[in-house]
Design a protein around this ligand. Structure first.
Ligand code: NI
Length: 388
């Protein structure tokens, strides 16, 4: 079965929802207007089993199938939050909020799940229950974890959970998935190096913190190059390097480095933390300086379950005629990871065509993917919860 005809009919309405959300982006847990918009649309569809305030500002709603002989429950998840980015697309429906933009397409994901909800509530051609999950704070706030902590999985009896993300650079409406780790874990570190500031012309009387911190940056790259099995995937990036000197003739007293470690393998999170601390402290010590490292764990890797990946791929094949079910993992992170730690499930990429990458001010969500993405959710439900 290809794209469901009903979604071709609904595309302009769903696109309208998406563009409304795009014009009114909200950040992290402050998605009250977005959540209220979701609730209004669900009510219009006659969906009245709606719970708000899960994971602070998340929304959970249920749709019952025509029958419920199986007692089976499937969760479908979308994220609702935007990013602190100034939009530079020039589109007529661009963000109306300075400094905020839906630059990751979560407006699209929310509209897609609403579209799937409309179809599923009209047809109810399944046996069991669908739980719609609209989460806040995917972009660094762990809103998915907050919803899980509020009992999302047990309270609604969710047995399997699925989500999707648009992917720039892949053809519109094509699907990409793989079993196992699809996205990386993301941890952060901050290193403060303290030397002894001084006159630039008298380095022998100072401990040059800039030099020490530079050595640390270089040595940190040896962790991935020399401590990690070369067939494994780990990336370490130092993103910021600041010192307290603001003049060319002053040797800095302190320097601060901030960076991130991404990996698909949990054991390398442990190794990286230990090695980053050791390299920072011991390198500083060798130069007569001190370094202090603070490690902040972030999202775990997003690990697709094998059986559910096969189900997700089968639904994608039914919609698009083909699916890449052995796509390469990528090293951004995604807090759907927490839901996959609690229940079997899978996460799939849907091609977003030629546009700037997610999190870029010129990123554009392609509304042409809406029928495919909505069809995937609907097809997945009908395949996983068949009527007898
Ligand atoms: Ni995203």
């Amino acid at each position: 079965m290809p794209i469901k005809n009903r979604f071709a009919e609904l595309q302009s309405e769903i696109t309208g929802w998406r563009r409304h959300l795009h014009m009114h982006p909200e950040l992290l847990f402050d998605v009250e207007k977005t959540a209220a918009y979701v609730v209004d649309r669900l009510k219009e569809m006659g969906i009245d089993d709606i719970t708000t305030g899960i994971g602070k500002t998340g929304v959970v709603a249920t749709i019952k199938g025509n029958t419920d002989n199986s007692g089976r429950v499937i969760g479908l998840r979308a994220d609702m939050d935007a990013l602190p980015i100034e939009e530079a697309t020039g589109l007529e429906y661009a963000s109306t909020v300075p400094g905020k933009m839906h630059a990751c397409g979560h407006d699209g994901h929310t509209a897609i799940l609403l579209g799937a909800a409309k179809y599923l509530s009209e047809t109810r051609n399944f046996d069991g229950t669908v739980v719609l999950i609209f989460q806040p704070a995917e972009e660094g706030g762990a809103g998915g974890l907050e919803m899980c902590k509020d009992g999302l999985m047990d309270r609604w009896g969710i047995q399997e959970v699925y989500g999707l993300h648009n992917m720039p650079g892949m053809p519109v409406g094509e699907f990409y998935i793989r079993p196992g780790a699809l996205l990386a874990s993301s941890d952060e570190f901050e290193i403060t190096v303290t030397g002894r500031g001084g006159h630039a012309a008298a380095p022998h009387e100072a401990v040059d913190t800039t030099l020490v911190a530079s050595q640390i940056v270089v040595s940190l790259q040896s962790i991935v190059a020399r401590n990690v099995n070369p067939i494994k995937r780990v990336v370490l990036t130092v993103g910021t390097f600041e010192t307290d000197s603001v003049a060319s003739n002053v040797i800095a007293h302190t320097a601060r480095l901030k960076g991130t470690v991404r990996t698909l393998d949990p054991e390398y999170r442990v190794l990286a933390e230990e090695r980053v601390r050791r390299v920072a402290e011991d390198t500083a010590s060798a130069f007569g300086a001190q370094a202090e490292m603070v490690w902040t764990p972030g999202y775990p890797a997003t690990v697709n379950w094998e059986d559910q990946t096969a189900f997700a791929a089968e639904a994608a094949r039914a919609v698009a005629g083909k699916v890449n079910d052995a796509t390469d993992p990528i090293m951004p992170s995604e807090d759907f990871a927490y839901m996959l730690e609690e229940r079997p499930g899978a996460y799939i990429f849907v091609g977003n065509g030629d546009t700037a990458m997610c999190h870029h001010p010129a990123y554009v969500f392609d509304d042409e993917m809406i029928p495919s993405a909505c069809s995937w959710f609907a097809e997945l439900v009908e395949q996983r919860l068949p009527t007898s």
